[in-house]
Design a protein around this ligand. Structure first.
Ligand code: ADP
Ligand code: ADP
Length: 227
């Protein structure tokens, strides 16, 4: 599902955010990316979502080499990915359902189909009863659930989450992680960046550990030697 071969990312004028990273996450897996702040976790996720381009190396997502992905196929590529952010990035000028509908609007879904999918997505995160609420009236945990509903509303095969529990207390964090486990159980591949080691160690899922942009071989999705 995800494959990196000797990927290096250097930002203009900066140091290397990632150095020679090779890894593989199989379809159907749920894996965590850990490491201290600045280790390169966000950069890794952004490269996989093609929000950034690598300086060197090869990235394959769903057998598609991102270096050769034509612009014309970008929308199709994006459709296969759901993004969850730490700060959820909800728009406070519109109700919950309109926030969740955003990816569908971008993808050109028709209104009736979009309504159906938005309701299904909100139901999955347990917030159907809040569909008309203003996001700012929701708790932090509920807001993150709306962010997750928005990320899965177009039924992506791959979920990428960047510190999704970063702003939440331990109990809410566990609930949010449970949602990811639930989606994974029905076939969604997930890669989740988190520095909450206490929480994720208990889940017994593969972990990829980054330090200063380098992948540390530990347990976890095969950190493969470059072919
Ligand atoms: P993490 O998510 O683990 O905190 P990041 O991927 O955000 O780490 O950052 C890795 C390194 O790359 C840091 O040194 C950070 O300052 C740098 N970096 C990230 N994004 C940019 C950018 N757009 N321009 C320059 N440097 C960046
Ligand atoms: P930026 O990195 O410039 O702040 P964003 O990260 O907000 O931009 O969005 C980058 C891309 O990800 C855009 O193409 C946007 O449509 C898409 N996107 C944003 N949120 C989601 C989501 N929840 N699910 C799927 N795609 C999203």
């Amino acid at each position: 599902m995800i494959r990196l071969q000797r990927v290096t990312k250097r930002f203009d004028g900066g140091a290397e955010a990632l150095h020679n990273v090779s890894l593989r996450v199989d379809a159907g897996a749920l894996a965590f990316v850990t490491g201290p702040s600045g280790a390169g976790k966000s950069t890794l996720l952004r490269l996989i979502a093609r929000l950034e381009r690598p300086t060197r190396g090869r990235i394959l997502v769903n057998d598609q080499d991102l270096a050769t992905l034509p612009r014309s196929r970008e929308p199709q590529f994006r459709r296969g990915i759901g993004l969850v952010f730490q700060d959820h990035r909800l728009l406070f000028d519109r109700p919950v359902h309109a926030n969740v509908a955003l990816p569908l609007e971008i993808l050109g879904y028709r209104r009736a189909e979009a309504r159906k999918r938005v309701r299904a997505a909100l139901d999955k995160v347990g917030l159907l009863h809040k569909e008309s609420a203003a996001p700012q009236t929701l708790s932090a945990g509920e807001q993150q659930r709306v962010g997750i509903a928005r990320a899965i509303v177009h039924r992506p095969a791959l979920l990428l989450a960047d510190e999704p529990t970063g702003n939440l207390d331990p109990a809410l964090s566990r609930e949010i992680m449970q949602l990811f486990l639930d989606f994974n159980r029905v076939g969604v591949t997930a890669l989740i960046a988190s520095h909450n080691l206490e929480l994720i160690s208990a889940l017994r899922k593969p972990m990829l550990h980054l330090e200063h942009g380098r992948l540390e071989a530990r347990h976890g999705p095969r950190s493969e030697s470059p072919a």
